[in-house]
Ligand binder design. Structure first.
Ligand SMILES: Cc1ncc(C[n+]2csc(CCOP(=O)(O)OP(=O)(O)O)c2C)c(N)n1
Ligand SMILES: [Mg+2]
Length: 1022
């Protein structure tokens, strides 16, 4: 298959495009008698080596070769013996000029040969042949094949896609030469000649041969009217043929009058919805759909077709444009709820809310066309265009996972894009690259581009370098259907094909609706400032609804009264809803939730946290499984180094201790045992960036044979997914966030390779994780694992930018909440996320488990260690994990200093791995009784209560905060005001550590050690 595509790609002529001066396309040729045309050989092509060296494969024979090759692949006997020999030789690597063997004589056909004379009827009559086939006949047949192929490959370039008729969707007004009639040697008299059709086309329907004139007419109809099909780059002959069939088959686009009336009704709603809003709230921004109202019937068509094919749930993501219309007319969100958003009412529930064109929704309803129940969710999104793409994919994937929908037959995703954003935003590319990865695929997404040929005030020519705004989709071999928005029936056809494509191949597909934007970017913008000619044209362009209504009236499908009637009815619905909306006094953010967790919150004490310590038996069981080689160890050969690692793990279990990896495995394993699905995703997480985890063992002799110990802990455990991700942060973090939104009873973790790289996913962090609950009342228990710490690895492998996470924490530095039993959980309940830097494996174990033990969900950001993964002291005892133990927000000094606190001279507060360095230095200086070192493990929400107690314990001590990060980084600026609050400004806390800096760490190891030594000395100075 792949080889066939190689051939196809090599066959694409690379001749320069010629300017579109005269309309010398075949269509024009049909209308006007052409001049005599000379055969003009396209550039030379090659099959297995450069064609220039394989002389017989030049000229227009490329498509013929492809035809032969396809037939040969299916059945070597179906082609002439010479072709058979050629393909066999070529497949086995014969060099240029060596694969070809002269064909046997035509006079004596062999077993699998067809005498050319048998094709006589197609060659203008046997008499013309006289037992011989002249070169012209063969060349003409090859030319016909080349023409067909040219239309399939390049027809879209000249399709009439722009409803305004002013620009080309591919930004190129020229006509590819192979679509010009004078590229080939036909004359007018040839138009009536009948040519045999190759198997790579379906234009014939039942006919095996057609007159040239008809061939050209049908190709024009299929490829150059209001649909431009881009698909010939796809690496699968089967898929190419499937698409050819969907667009070439005669009559395939015909529609009955019911279907047409349905389109009209839907288009009416879409159009009148915008008109209604414009009338009632003329100065409100709503990012209307005017100019591309066909989007609504298009989406509905996809939903109808997909439900008909078995889909039960659709997760959608979309930008601002037409969003309210989608909510109203696709999701059928009550109009009252939409209209109240315009009323400026206060919210009746918690949260800070968002503007109306960002809100999500979730609806379950009956699809009236298919009479099946369907769930529709539109995820809430920020202004940041395309940022919700991976979220939608993660949410979809999770829904498929929980439903056991392993092939995506029941749940699918649909993503909407603006033309400028689709090609401009890198996240689109990152999301496409998740589409075929085993643990990230959603088995095909239907993308719709609202291509209004403008982005705010910028013309496409200045906003992209690719011909089409959709070219990014080509990387995943997604077919792309460009369609003129003013031809509703063509739009519906491509929507049907897109839904069928997804259902058949479970791969992505793009519908590019080429349209225009009737107003400015928003309703109060003046587009004439920047696009005067375009907008003059738009003013003179009839709305799509009017055009379609006129068409249907003209052809007798509907009457004028019926058209008016549908519109009036919808207006009435809007008016009624408007009246009801005016009675509302409050809005409810909960009405706009995209991922309701039914049953999760109900009947729960919102402040009751389950215990995180577990039975020792479980620790032992998980520990042992995790430390054991595969059960069939005799055959499954693991790496020697791993044998040692497993052995060391087993020894730890026997000694009732854990290191970081073991603690993590025990947290995961115990949750799996409790029925909690655990998913760990990120770059190289299976082994672990620092080779400490090893959740997937690889057979050393058998390719792809692996063993995942945590999947085999208990027969009835929840599933465990651990997956190396693509090299993306924005895309993958977004995906995992989406995954975490679907079901609260799962621990979803994303690990950065180094914490430093999280900033390429900054938008997900800022727009979704940090603020998602406040804006959209949507919770997530996502865990971000960010390896962090200055260890001399240079500026880009040292800091996860702890300071940024802390700066975005929403707890008030000046407010010490009332102390009570529920102090900790109440803080967690009120904050936007949790930021921690654990220094012990046990604490890591507990904080992971606490994510699930909480009666609500909060994102957790953990600065995870690197050197501590192997630090001999960074171990914990089972005692710290068994029942009765819990997460420690602060680990107080427990050594000599704590025994005689009043004589302690200094209390050093710190967080993370620097603790071990400070402790070692203190003990080596024999200062264990003079200096207490306390660890703040949960930095945010800040443990005011525990810090206060710890300080109070050492009344005569100086208080310092020591950190290895530079002064303007790390936790300092967050903790300082909070210490003051905890101490009620009665004592002060001073800073010890590196000075301020622009870069997170030095690139010089020597300098690093120097700075580190200084830090220890300064901290321990008395
Ligand atoms: C990431 C991001 N950058 C910039 C913007 C500002 N912005 C809002 S709409 C817009 C133009 C979008 O054009 P297009 O994607 O074609 O959608 P349209 O508005 O034309 O429907 C821009 C630049 C944004 N919202 N998000
Ligand atoms: Mg646009």
């Amino acid at each position: 298959m792949h080889r066939a595509r190689t051939v196809i790609n090599n066959l694409v002529p690379l001749a320069p495009l010629v300017p579109k001066v005269a309309p010398e396309r075949f269509a024009a040729w049909l209308a006007a008698a052409p001049n005599k045309i000379i055969i003009n050989s396209p550039p030379k092509r090659w099959y297995n080596a450069p064609v220039a060296t394989e002389p017989f494969l030049n000229g227009s024979s490329g498509s013929y070769v492809e035809e032969m090759y396809n037939s040969w692949l299916a059945d070597p006997k179906s082609v002439h013996a010479s072709w058979d020999a050629f393909f066999r030789n070529s497949s086995s690597g014969a060099g240029p000029g060596q694969a070809y063997q002269a064909p046997p004589s035509l006079a004596l056909p062999g077993r699998n040969e067809t005498a050319l004379t048998s094709l006589a009827p197609f060659f203008g009559g046997g008499a013309a042949l006289g037992g011989q086939v002249d070169d012209k006949v063969i060349d003409d047949h090859l030319a016909v094949q080349a023409i067909i192929r040219s239309y399939q490959i390049r027809g879209h370039h000249i399709a009439e896609l722009d409803p305004l008729g002013i620009s080309s969707a591919d930004l190129d007004d020229r006509i590819p030469p192979e679509l010009l009639y004078n590229h080939y040697s036909f004359e007018e008299k040839d138009m009536e000649r009948v040519f045999k059709l190759p198997s790579t086309t379906y234009i014939g329907g039942k006919d095996k041969a057609l007159p040239l004139k008809e061939i050209l007419r049908r190709l024009e109809t299929a490829y150059c009217r209001h649909i431009g099909v881009e698909f010939m780059f796809i690496n699968s002959l089967e898929q190419c043929n499937w698409i050819r069939q969907k667009f070439e088959t005669p009559g395939i686009m015909e529609m009955d009058s019911d279907q047409k009336r349905l389109i009209l009704a839907r288009l009416t709603r879409a159009t009148h919805f915008e008109a209604f809003l414009a009338r009632k709230w003329s100065s409100e921004k709503r990012f209307g759909l005017e100019g591309c109202e066909i989007l609504i019937p298009a989406m509905k068509q996809i939903i109808d077709k997909s439900t008909e094919l078995g889909v039960e749930s659709i997760v959608m993501g979309m930008p601002h444009r037409g969003r309210l219309n989608v909510l109203a007319n696709v999701c059928r969100k009550p109009l009252e709820q939409i209209f109240t958003q315009f009323a400026g009412l206060e919210a009746a529930d918690d949260g800070s809310g968002d503007v109306k064109y960002h809100l999500g929704t979730y609806i379950e309803r009956l699809n009236r066309v298919t009479n099946k129940n369907i769930r529709l969710a539109v995820v809430a999104n920020p202004s940041h265009l395309e940022a919700c793409d991976p979220i939608v994919q993660g949410k979809t994937r999770a829904e498929q996972f929980y439903r056991g929908d392993g092939e995506g037959k029941k749940v699918m995703s649909m993503l909407l894009h603006g033309d400028a954003a689709f090609c401009g935003q890198g996240i689109v590319f990152e999301t496409f690259h998740l589409s075929d990865l085993p643990d990230y695929t959603t088995h095909g997404t239907i993308h719709i581009v609202v291509n209004n040929q403008i982005g705010f005030t910028t013309d496409p020519r200045f906003s992209r370098s690719s011909p089409y705004c959709t070219d990014v989709a080509r990387v995943v071999n997604a077919p792309i259907f460009h369609v003129n928005s003013d031809d509703p029936e063509s739009v519906m056809h491509v929507c049907n094909v897109a839904a069928e494509w997804r259902n058949t191949f479970h791969k992505d597909v793009v519908v590019d609706i080429v349209s225009y934007r009737r107003n400015g970017h928003n309703e109060i913008d003046e587009p004439m400032f920047t696009q005067p000619l375009m907008y003059r044209k738009i003013r003179n362009t009839k709305p799509g609804l009017q055009l379609y209504a006129e068409k249907l009236i003209k052809e007798g499908t509907v009457t004028e009264e019926e058209v008016k009637d549908v519109a009036d009815k919808y207006e009435k619905i809007c008016e009624e809803a408007y009246t009801n909306a005016r009675k509302e006094t409050h809005i409810k953010y909960k009405d706009w939730l995209d991922s309701p967790w039914s049953g999760f919150f109900e009947g729960k004490d919102p402040l009751k946290v389950s215990l995180t310590g577990i039975k020792e038996d479980t620790l032992v069981h998980v520990g042992k499984r995790f430390s054991s080689p595969p059960p069939n160890a005799a055959e499954f050969v693991i790496h020697r180094g791993l044998e040692r690692i497993l052995k060391a793990r087993m020894e730890m279990v026997e000694a009732r201790t854990v290191d970081w990896a073991l603690a993590e495995a025990m947290a995961f394993g115990s949750l799996l045992k409790e029925g909690i699905h655990v998913r760990l995703s990120g770059q190289d997480v299976e082994r672990g960036t620092f080779s400490h985890r090893h959740h997937v063992l690889h057979h050393q002799n058998v390719d792809k044979a692996t063993y995942r110990p945590l999947c085999f802990l208990y027969p009835d455990q929840a599933p465990y997914t651990v997956s190396n991700s693509s090299l993306s942060e924005f895309g993958v973090l977004g995906f995992e966030l989406g995954y975490s939104m679907t079901n609260p009873n799962a621990l979803v973790c994303w690990e950065a390779q180094f914490g430093d790289f999280n900033n390429t996913a900054q938008c997900i962090i800022d727009q979704f994780i940090s603020s998602g609950q406040a804006k959209w009342v949507r919770q997530s228990g996502l865990v971000m694992l960010l390896p962090h710490g200055l260890e001399g690895m240079g500026p880009e492998h040292s800091s996860a930018r702890l300071e940024r996470f802390l700066q975005m924490s929403s707890d008030d530095p000046d407010y010490f909440p009332p102390e009570s039993e529920e102090f900790a959980v109440r803080q967690l309940h009120d904050i936007n996320w949790i930021v921690a830097n654990c220094s012990s494996p046990a604490n890591y174990f507990h904080i992971l488990r606490r994510q699930i033990a909480l009666p609500f969900r909060k994102p957790l950001v953990i600065m995870t260690p690197k050197s501590l993964l192997r630090h001999p002291e960074a171990k914990s005892s089972f005692d710290e994990m068994v029942e009765g133990s819990e997460f420690l927000r602060v680990i107080p000094e427990g050594g000599a200093a704590s025994q005689n606190p009043s004589s302690v001279k200094k209390v050093v507060f710190c967080t993370g791995k620097v603790y071990y360095d400070l402790k070692k230095a203190r003990d080596s200086k024999d200062l264990a009784s003079d200096i207490a070192i306390s660890r703040v493990e949960q930095i945010s929400p800040f443990p005011f209560d525990l810090v206060k107690n710890e300080c109070a314990k050492y009344p005569n001590a100086e208080l310092v905060w020591a950190q290895e990060e530079h002064k303007n980084q790390g936790a300092w600026s967050y903790v300082q005001p909070r210490f003051n609050t905890a101490l009620n400004n009665t004592r002060s806390l001073s800073y010890v550590g590196r000075p301020t800096a622009a870069s997170p760490a030095t690139g010089s190891k020597m300098q690093h050690y120097k700075e580190h030594a200084q830090l220890l000395e300064d901290t321990l100075a008395l």
